[in-house]
Design a binder for this molecule. Structure first.
Ligand SMILES: [Zn+2]
Length: 483
């Protein structure tokens, strides 16, 4: 029954296995939140649970550590629930089917939720232990991180005395994350008008793309399917008249779209020109993106005579302007931290409805004023196109601190344990540290974690040996006292 029995550290894997048995995808973390509260009750630990399900559990310092500054240990309770087409589990109701293969733990057919279940498992193991020396521990467990850092945004941290925070939501051992970008979502709506048009209906599909995370993979030079389909349609318009009936691409604002579809209506005599423009476009795309996105292809499927409501001339112009002029991809690189993307945009979803084009954009920047400027650009452009923008999901950047005592300690202890230097990184993605730093002025923060691969996909797996090494490292940080 117990799949992880015998793995070390046993206490961490015991808690991890219990967590995996409780469904806890975003917006469905109540049972896991209650489990943590029950855990605290059984051990008479001071705790709180708010209405959303965020939990804080306090454990006082062990003897000799009363004078050491408290340490906040933090992770999120929710996981991304994704599964393969064949998987019959209901992730809102069923526990995961864990599997051990060599050094890796995974879940059969689903995401594992090592992101961020391992943080909760570490926290519970520390709170449960009788033999680990530590200062006052304040374990902060948040909900709905994966859908916009919602729990962290709402949580009341007034019971936390610590101004040092260890976030356990990073996925690469040996990397200490020390800063992240802030973000905002823009939902754009551009009204359009339609007219009936007769002709040959042609389905266009741009596919075979890699896509990826709109923060960490925005600098990989990959194709954004929505943007490039917009480019193709603009090129086509230079050659022939056509009607645009349908356009859609992408699934989430923070994912680079892997495919886009369009349906156009054209005259019979334009078919040859269409084919020529498609071939020329594919050739250009391969020359531009052959290295970053080699499998790209644009397919056409001619579906015969029809009459469809297509965009009128003005509306088609507006839609092509929106798709072609909206800033997309890396906008600027950091001058302070070489190699770091400072500001970026991702057109994550494009959907042409009956009477409007909807675009979901993800704006990211490690510089607050640059994020504002991107928001203004979107507003201006969409305003010019007669549309409107709604912003949501704003969260602050976590700026790199020039001086950080916690970072010094973490670097020193890492070198001592592993005889190599950890990588100290600032990332172009969102972490809860920015929001929490806003709530606890002067907060000294570090993010770390064991090796997790392919998170947010059914291929997610977690390295057992890395969990063990990270546990030893964590215990060393807890035991650290200034001499
Ligand atoms: Zn996470």
């Amino acid at each position: 029954m117990r799949v992880l029995q015998g793995l070390k550290p046993q206490s961490v894997f015991d808690f991890f296995e219990q967590i995996c048995a409780i469904p806890h995808t975003s917006r469905h973390e109540k049972a896991l939140s209650d489990f943590c509260v029950e855990f605290a009750r059984e051990r008479s630990l001071e705790h709180m649970q708010d209405e959303m399900g965020n939990v804080i559990i306090i454990k006082e310092a062990t003897p000799g550590y009363e004078e050491v500054e408290p340490l906040i240990i933090q992770g999120h309770l929710d996981m991304v629930g994704d599964k393969t087409a064949e998987c019959d589990l209901d992730l809102e109701k069923d526990g995961l089917r864990l599997r051990v293969d060599g050094d890796f733990i995974s879940a059969e057919g689903t995401t594992l939720g090592g992101d961020d279940g391992i943080a909760i498992a570490y926290a519970l193991a520390i709170l449960d232990a009788q033999d680990i020396p530590h200062p006052r521990i304040e374990a902060v467990m948040t909900v709905d991180e994966e859908i916009g850092l919602l729990g962290a945004t709402e949580i009341d941290l007034s019971m936390c005395r610590g101004r040092r925070l260890l976030n356990l939501d990073s996925e690469e051992e040996g990397v200490l994350t020390t800063g992240c970008a802030g973000g905002r979502r823009a939902h754009c709506r551009i009204p359009v008008k339609r007219v009936k048009q007769q002709g040959i209906s042609v389905q266009l599909r741009l596919e075979g793309l890699l896509g990826g995370h709109s923060g960490t993979e925005i600098d990989k030079g990959r194709v954004n399917a929505c943007v490039e389909m917009g480019r193709f349609l603009a090129l086509l318009r230079e050659k022939i008249e056509y009607g645009l009936a349908e356009f859609s691409g992408g699934v989430k604002d923070n994912v680079i779209p892997k495919s886009a579809d369009a349906r156009i209506v054209i005259g019979q005599k334009e078919i040859d020109t269409l084919r020529a423009v498609v071939a020329e476009f594919e050739r250009q795309m391969r020359a531009e993106y052959g290295t970053a996105d080699p499998e790209l292809r644009l397919t056409t499927d001619e579906r015969g005579q029809c009459e469809l409501p297509v965009l009128d001339g003005d509306s088609l112009g507006l839609v092509l302007d929106a798709l072609n002029l909206m800033p997309n991809g890396v906008q600027s690189m950091s001058a302070d931290l070489p190699g770091l993307v400072e500001t970026s945009m991702n057109m994550g979803v494009a959907e042409l409805g009956e009477d409007a084009l909807m675009l979901d954009e993800s704006i990211r920047s490690s510089v607050p004023s640059a994020k504002e400027q991107m928001a203004r650009k979107v507003q201006r452009l969409v305003g010019r196109l007669g549309g409107s923008v709604e912003f949501s999901g704003d969260y602050p950047a976590w700026p790199y601190a020039k001086d950080s005592k916690l970072r010094e300690i973490c670097v020193e202890l890492f070198e001592k344990l592993y005889h190599r230097k950890p990588e100290v990184l600032v990332i172009h993605a969102g972490l809860e540290c920015g929001i929490l730093s806003d709530k606890l002025p002067g907060l000294d923060c570090i993010s770390m974690g064991p090796n997790l691969l392919d998170i947010h996909t059914p291929q997610e797996r977690m390295s057992i040996s890395s969990v063990e090494r990270t546990w030893e490292y964590l215990k060393a940080i807890l035991a650290y006292k200034e001499r």
